[in-house]
Design a protein around this ligand. Structure first.
Ligand SMILES: NC(=O)c1ccc[n+]([C@@H]2O[C@H](COP(=O)([O-])OP(=O)(O)OC[C@H]3O[C@@H](n4cnc5c(N)ncnc54)[C@H](O)[C@@H]3O)[C@@H](O)[C@H]2O)c1
Length: 296
């Protein structure tokens, strides 16, 4: 029975994952190397609970009880020593993740499941640095975690069926909908999403249509809530480029080759929402979508 959850990394996704576990009565140890980031994460979680209170989906008492379920740590060793499951949500960097999993293998109980929220790094590769590859699995939450229903569960080459079943049942306890897939580059979510985004960028690069036309066609024609270029800005163009490279190198197929326009934009520091400009420009206080001058 899983009761104690350690979350490694208190950034965008880590605070959301800690939030949903705490709200569902799990004991959560939130671990980050950066103490300031832990402080910021607790503030974000508190603000997101206030939003749920304002919507009437939870009470003030539930917020209080949920926050009391979260403890913070700056040391992996202290934060994982009695964990039933550890979910690694640190930055998307393979060397960092391999180092963290080696450390987790030494620190967490031998029976603990070690999961990763990685968007694109091979679960099989991560599992191979541990002495318990059958206990290693991908648990890919979507952003924002308290809102998005999907958990993409990724079986590594050696993941045992018991562990998969346990993670399916755990995801359901969080009110999420689990989908189990196998460990190949991009899993399913990004193997399908990223080529669509790349094709939208190619369509712009080839002059077939402009930014607004491409996004409007996909929004109104396919009932997507956001066009692919706006979504790329939201995800981060650097993140899109790095996942496309994982697909391109992993499958050795040129159909995944990143569009030269995407490469140029990342090189020029135009990364989307986080840098203030991508296919659109983002200015504080303005919620209207404004196409970047570069594409007018
Ligand atoms: N942001 C998204 O939309 C999204 C969606 C799905 C999956 N993911 C995946 O989730 C993971 C985290 O992404 P994010 O956007 O939350 O990143 P982020 O940069 O917001 O947060 C990463 C956190 O990891 C911490 N960290 C770095 N090294 C650490 C270590 N050794 N020990 C403990 N903490 C450490 C950092 O201090 C930071 O707080 C990545 O693998 C990413 O691919 C992200």
């Amino acid at each position: 029975m899983i009761k104690k959850v350690s979350v490694i990394g208190a950034g965008t996704m880590g605070n959301g994952i800690a939030h949903v576990f705490a709200q569902n009565n799990f004991e959560v140890n939130l671990v980050d190397v950066n103490a300031g980031q832990l402080e910021k994460a607790l503030q974000t979680i508190s603000k997101n609970f206030d939003r749920q209170i304002a919507k009437g989906t939870i009470t003030k008492d539930i917020k209080k009880e949920s926050l009391a379920n979260i403890s913070t740590f700056t040391s992996i060793k202290e934060g994982t020593q009695d964990a039933d499951i550890v979910i690694e949500v640190a930055s998307e960097n393979i060397d960092l993740k391999l180092k963290i999993f080696k450390e987790l293998d030494d620190a967490a109980p031998v029976s603990a499941i070690l999961a990763s929220n990685t968007s694109s790094i091979s679960i099989t590769k991560i599992a191979a640095v541990t002495r318990r590859p059958q206990h290693v699995i991908g648990m890919h939450f979507m952003n924002p975690v308290p809102v998005m229903k999907l958990v993409e569960i990724i079986n590594g080459y050696a993941t045992s069926k018991n562990v998969t079943d346990e993670i399916v049942s755990l995801s359901k306890k969080l009110g999420k909908v689990p989908c189990v897939v196998n460990d190949y580059p991009g899993f399913i979510a990004n193997k399908i999403l990223m080529p669509m985004i790349n094709e939208a960028i190619y369509s712009l690069y080839e002059g077939i249509a402009g930014v607004e036309a491409i996004d409007t066609i996909m929004k109104l024609g396919m009932a997507h809530p956001m066009g692919p270029l706006q979504l790329a800005d939201f995800i981060g163009l650097d993140v899109c480029l790095s996942i496309l490279n994982v697909l391109y190198n992993g499958f050795g197929n040129t159909k995944y080759a990143p569009c030269p326009l995407l490469v140029n934009m990342v090189t020029a520091g135009k990364l989307g929402v986080k840098s203030g400009e991508g296919f659109y420009v983002y200015t504080a206080g303005n919620k209207d979508l404004v196409v970047s001058d570069r594409f007018k």
